[in-house]
Design a protein around this ligand. Structure first.
Ligand SMILES: [Zn+2]
Ligand SMILES: [Zn+2]
Length: 494
């Protein structure tokens, strides 16, 4: 049993992680005394993970590596024979069987899990993730997003809490070397400049933020009051339930959520992904106003900045500043900035139209008109369900697109930001949950690009197109798709 454990450490940590096809040989991140380089590479051989060829001229030129490549089988047989000699069949089972299986799977996990699940700390433009679970089994290999960000870095666990046994071992070897017989030299690490370049917080900085982002103003308290009122009304929902109130909530959700926010504010006004006759454009935008998410000029401006600075520091609601910031807290910070600093620069097309300026000035009036009407027709239950429950649900669905769809889900396209496709949000947000598709093809009227990616808003647009109302409906072409797909390699390799 011990034989297996020792062999794991020796061949795994010293062999694969420290030497062969890993840190030393693949990335040339530090220099070892030649005899140690050869020794560790020899132990890496015993992990039975083969060799690569064309891009490793620096290795195949050395007789030693050429010899290892040709005589691989021999060395593996020798190790097995030695194990058998010292401990019989149990040493073979544990030292060759169990040990190798564990290490195979640890290695496969880095390749597979670390490109699917975990946290992206750096904007690598690839799928690599840092995964603490994998790191437990792969002596530091799990901090894979760090590694893709700084391939050359000897250290993968960049923060103190990110345990990286391989790095500790290299550090130890560096320390035990004597003045004239250095064992490890030329250790490469990522500098602060490297980190700034790769950080999500860093972006093309042409939008200056005021120094005090978290100032509190009257408008912040107005927004908090609205949010608290909406959530507070929901407390009365069970005791004020009746089917017509429930029906009003459902109808208003579709009218203000689907036609107002996703179809009008988002796909029509923000991205101009299709055209509508003016009267219909204005009507749908009015529905959006009743979703209590602000007027079109504010919403569209904020959203266009979100795309422009996706997951950079200036992004109005990116989870790089924390989940709750991206979900709800940004509301209390951002609107003031955008008001005061004239960031409506990116919505000249809306500001140029009297109708949208009128909605902006008279927002409060419209927001109060609806509940008055609701009260007149159905009393307090209509207020509770039509203004409370309906708005609360559509708030959190919209917020989920901002938070969850930039944290959890699948990246189908190489967008270089954190946007994800999330089927759960897709289902409830009228198709907005296919958010990685959307970041890849902002102009597209359709977000659920596959037939199975349910996208209610797209079905509505398609219907409007069929009856001749929606025109100039934009969709990504095959060329667009090829450009953004992950499978394509920039240097023409296969
Ligand atoms: Zn968008
Ligand atoms: Zn987004």
């Amino acid at each position: 049993m011990l034989g297996g454990n020792y062999a794991s450490v020796i061949t795994g940590l010293f062999g694969i992680m420290l030497s062969d096809n890993y840190k030393k040989l693949t990335h040339r991140r530090f220099k070892l005394a030649t005899y140690l380089e050869y020794l560790f590479a020899y132990s890496g051989l015993h992990v039975l993970q083969g060799a690569y060829y064309k891009n490793v001229g620096h290795l195949t030129r050395q007789h030693y590596y050429w010899f290892l490549l040709k005589a691989q089988v021999l060395h593996v047989v020798i190790l097995s024979a030695l194990l058998y000699m010292f401990g019989g069949f149990p040493f073979i089972i544990w030292g060759m069987g169990v040990r190798t299986v564990i290490m195979y799977h640890a290695h496969f996990m880095v390749n597979l899990v670390c490109h699917i699940m975990g946290h992206q700390a750096w904007n690598t433009g690839k799928l690599s993730k840092s995964n603490w679970f994998v790191h437990l089994f792969s002596v530091g290999g799990g901090w894979h997003n760090n590694h893709h960000a700084f391939e050359f870095s000897t250290r993968h666990g960049l923060k103190w809490g990110q345990i990286d046994l391989t790095w500790y071992m290299i550090r130890l070897l560096e320390q035990v070397g004597f003045q004239h017989v250095a064992l490890v030299t030329d250790i490469k690490l990522s500098s602060v400049t490297h980190k700034q370049k790769t950080s999500f917080m860093n972006g093309a900085n042409n939008m200056k933020l005021p120094s005090k982002v978290r100032e509190w103003h009257l408008v912040n308290f107005v927004y908090i009051t609205v949010l608290l009122t909406v959530h507070g009304l929901c407390l009365f929902a069970p005791s004020n339930f009746n089917w017509s109130a429930f029906g009003v909530a459902v109808i208003l959700t579709v009218i203000t959520g689907l036609f107002g926010i996703t179809l009008s504010y988002h796909r029509n006004l923000s991205h101009r992904s299709f055209k509508l006759p003016k009267y219909l454009e204005y009507l749908f935008a009015y529905f959006g106003l009743l979703a209590l998410q602000g007027d079109p000029i504010f919403w569209v401006s904020t959203h266009r900045y979100h795309h422009k600075f996706a997951d950079k520091y200036q992004d109005p609601h990116s989870p790089i500043k924390g989940f709750w910031f991206s979900h709800i807290y940004w509301v209390f910070n951002y609107n003031k900035i955008i008001h005061e600093s004239g960031y409506y620069k990116n919505v000249a097309d809306l500001k140029g139209q009297f109708y949208y300026r009128f909605l902006q000035k008279t927002l409060v009036f419209h927001v109060f008109l609806l509940p008055v009407l609701l009260y007149k027709f159905g009393g307090f239950p209509f207020i509770v369900w039509g203004m409370g429950m309906r708005t609360m649900i559509s708030y959190h669905i919209t917020f989920m697109v901002n938070s969850i769809c930039h944290i959890w889900g699948h990246q189908a396209w190489n967008t270089g930001d954190l946007s994800k496709n999330n089927w759960f949000v897709g289902l409830f947000a009228f198709g907005e949950g296919w958010h990685n598709n959307h970041h890849a093809f902002e102009f597209s009227a359709r977000h659920g690009l596959e037939w199975w990616q349910i996208d209610m808003t797209w079905y509505a647009i398609k219907f409007l197109e069929c009856v001749g109302l929606a025109t100039d409906v934009k969709l990504p072409s095959e060329t667009h798709k090829k450009k953004d797909v992950f499978q394509q390699l920039p240097d023409g390799r296969e």
